[in-house]
Design a protein around this ligand. Structure first.
Ligand code: BGC
Length: 723
């Protein structure tokens, strides 16, 4: 793409108000086609002749702006006339927001100090084939518009009585060209509308609307008002134990929304920011809050436009709710970047959370393009010495990388490759993967292990010493286990690409030897999980046996955190403890996946007991009710309970192994998965005293029933086994 356009900005900064840029232009002849190329330093929304251009919300999306800024291309042929007017509003978005941890850094100051720049180029092809280009330059006008304030954490203020005068001059400035890239990820769009289900008058006398589902997005309001009347909303994920509106867990994020009305009937939705919420509190409403009815409000879920590929269902309603919550967790946090949470003053692309969830993410939705973009940001953010940030885009600027967080560099590309079968992701990321392993090699204090450094450990493990967020598993143990795991993935990826990985093979063997010497015994559930799952234990069966004992000894309770939980059930079922894995999955008391369901959860929680048995909260500051990490359990349901697994030598489900594992506590279970090669479906149900399995496969498959392998061709097959 050749840019003739210039970056423009207002002569004087508009402060909190989002500038609106505009230009009118005339087209002398009949046009064949017209394209608009557009980007901004912030988030933009464009209109052409009063109609919104495209359906991309929060464009140009979130990337490592210092190195990569996406631009979008729109076909605007049908929006054009003889006389035309284009307007573009530019909000602060992620670009000029004071994101936590990034406050005060030189990088933040540099980004925030930049103007609300706009770059646009319209390329018109007339019927006779000649072309004309309309570009941003000093001929554009600008003024403040109705968006008086807009920011990622704090929300929006909109004054409907203001219409942009477009009466001020713009100036050109030296904006970024070398970092521009065409749209690489999925676009972000409005996905679902959820009506205001229920009105609640809280004990404090506040008017609250419950949408019945936690979503990420915004609220559309429809109301009758006189000019100057005010609609004012606050957002919350949960009510407190007394039934009052609760916002403390949003921490520094003000998450407010204020709309100043014009005269008459009006409908408005903010589009330059988003909230994570289930409830809204109506602080002010035209004519008084008693006039606020649920039908005035619709919640609109906004996220990356991903195609759903996986579905799970079974005879337990509670498990079905968990499956739904996992889907909602992914929807709510796959908004251009895989974020930890969508509500408080974080909403970052935490690498540890992403690597924990990536397998499940790849099953529920087609996320190949989504991860291709995010991993490209990771590679762009990777430091010379191989350091991978705790969050991508990297704003946290730590001096040391953390095990299991930085390992997203190897785990995510490998899982995406396994799920979709294209080597492109490995080609793109291979150097980043190698550099990550080399980073560990160069920073560890003990050769062939990863010792020293600063890590998040088994984050939120339940065996944490009091007052700590980190479980009791030894940090060096976890770090060394992930060192081995990452090295093994570099080897696998390198082999898939036909590269020479002999030095990593030698390294891997040394790490395994050193690990076995350094860690002859395992002290926690997570340590057993890692030793067995990463095949580091000299006797993996013994490690799994120990894990099973530890789980049973503490009352069939898991103790694992972010690091151990994703693999916990796998280790149990891989080594003969399928029934125990199911006991953990089906357990309803805290701690368990179903406990939040019994407490009314509609998404996956950051803490097993975000809301405790007594109705109180786990904490005020670290308590997200939409954190997808523990939703990683869905991959066990697809891969083990329903038994659908890609074969490592046939990534992308080119061939498949289907080995369902029924459990008598469920009457039936069904998983279906759309793959690059067609739809796979695996279901089992009780029929008299037998299990009846129905397997549909579009490719050759090894179906394993009761330990016996049947090689089948594409089609639908039935099998039976004794219960
Ligand atoms: C985030 C996590 C993240 C963690 C790092 C938290 O504040 O919400 O999900 O992985 O920090 O330990």
């Amino acid at each position: 793409m050749k840019w003739n356009a210039k970056w423009i900005r207002p002569v004087a900064d508009t402060g909190d108000a989002a500038p609106v840029y505009g230009k009118t232009f005339r087209l002398p002849g009949e046009i064949r086609e017209a394209k608009l190329f557009l980007t901004a330093l912030g988030v933009y929304e464009a209109e052409l002749n009063g109609k919104r251009v495209g359906d991309f919300v929060l464009a140009p999306g979130w990337t490592t702006y210092g190195k990569r800024l996406q631009y979008q291309e729109y076909d605007i042929t049908d929006l054009l006339d003889k006389e035309n007017r284009i307007t573009v509003t530019v909000g602060k978005g992620w670009y000029r927001t004071h994101l936590m941890s990034y406050n005060g850094s030189a990088y933040q100051q540099e980004l925030c100090a930049r103007p609300a720049g706009l770059l646009a180029q319209i390329v018109i092809t007339y019927q006779d084939g000649h072309q004309e280009t309309i570009i941003t330059d000093e001929s554009w006008q600008v003024s403040e518009g109705p968006v008086r304030f807009s920011e990622i954490y704090d929300g929006e203020i909109y004054d409907a009585s203001v219409s942009p005068a477009l009466d001020q001059e713009t100036v050109c400035f030296d904006g970024p060209f070398e970092t521009l890239i065409p749209q690489q990820g999925e676009k972000i769009t409005e996905q679902e509308r959820v009506s205001g289900a229920r009105l609640i008058m809280t004990p404090k006398g506040e008017t609250v609307i419950d949408f019945g589902q936690e979503i990420t997005g915004y609220v559309e309001s429809t109301l009758d008002a006189a000019a100057g009347e005010i609609l004012d909303l606050s957002f919350a994920e949960v009510l407190d134990k007394d039934g009052n509106f609760y916002t403390e867990n949003y921490r520094g994020a003000k998450a407010m929304y204020r709309y100043i009305c014009r005269n008459g009937h009006q409908t408005y939705k903010p589009r330059l920011t988003f909230w994570g919420f289930r409830y809204i509190r109506v602080n002010r409403f035209p004519g008084g809050t008693q006039k606020a009815l649920p039908e005035c409000f619709t919640a609109i879920a906004v996220h990356s436009d991903l195609k759903r590929t996986g579905y799970l269902s079974c005879s337990s309603q509670k498990l079905n709710r968990l499956f739904d919550n996992i889907i909602w967790g992914q929807k709510g946090n796959f908004l251009d970047v895989p974020t930890d949470c969508p509500q408080r003053d974080e909403r970052f692309g935490w690498t540890g959370d992403a690597q924990a969830f990536v397998r499940t993410a790849c099953l529920n939705y087609d996320v190949e393009k989504f991860f291709t973009k995010w991993l490209a940001d990771m590679a762009a953010d990777q430091r010379e010495n191989g350091y991978i940030g705790h969050v991508i885009p990297d704003y946290v600027y730590s001096s040391a990388a953390s095990a299991a967080w930085g390992d997203a560099a190897t785990i995510c590309p490998w899982e995406v490759y396994k799920a979709y079968g294209s080597k492109k992701i490995l080609e793109n990321q291979f150097s980043c993967m190698c550099k990550w392993v080399d980073y560990i090699t160069s920073t560890t204090t003990t050769p062939d292990l990863w010792t020293g450094g600063r890590h998040y450990g088994d984050w939120l493990g339940l065996d944490a010493p009091s007052g700590s967020y980190k479980g009791s598993s030894r940090e060096d143990f976890i770090a060394s286990a992930f060192y081995a795991h990452s090295a093994s993935l570099v080897i696998k990826a390198g082999k898939a690409l036909g590269r020479d990985v002999s030095s990593y093979e030698a390294l891997y063997r040394r790490i395994v030897d050193a690990f076995r010497k350094a860690y002859p015994e395992y002290l926690t559930q997570t340590e057993c999980v890692l030793a067995a799952h990463f095949r580091l234990a000299p006797d993996c069966q013994a490690a799994a046996d120990q894990l099973a004992r530890m789980v049973k000894d503490c009352g069939t309770r898991l103790q694992t955190g972010f690091v151990g939980t994703p693999y916990l059930l796998h280790v149990l079922s891989d080594y003969g403890y399928g029934e125990l894995a199911y006991s953990l999955l089906l357990r309803e008391e805290y701690p368990s996946w179903l406990y939040p369901v019994t407490k009314g959860a509609t998404t996956v929680w950051e803490h097993w007991d975000g809301i405790m048995e007594d109705g109180g909260f786990w904490s005020a500051d670290m308590n997200s009710f939409n954190h997808y990490a523990y939703g990683a359990v869905a991959d066990w349901v697809y891969g083990v309970a329903a038994g659908i697994l890609p074969l490592e030598d046939a990534p992308g489900y080119r061939r498949v192994r289907i080995a369902p594992l029924p459990d008598a506590r469920l009457d039936w279970l069904k998983a279906s998965l759309s793959t690059r090669h067609g739809r796979i479906c695996s279901q089992w149900k009780k029929q008299d005293d037998m299990w009846r399995y129905e397997i549909t496969t579009p490719v050759e498959a090894d179906v394993v029933i009761d330990g016996k392998t049947h090689h089948v061709t594409p089609g639908t097959w039935c099998f039976y086994s004794k219960i």
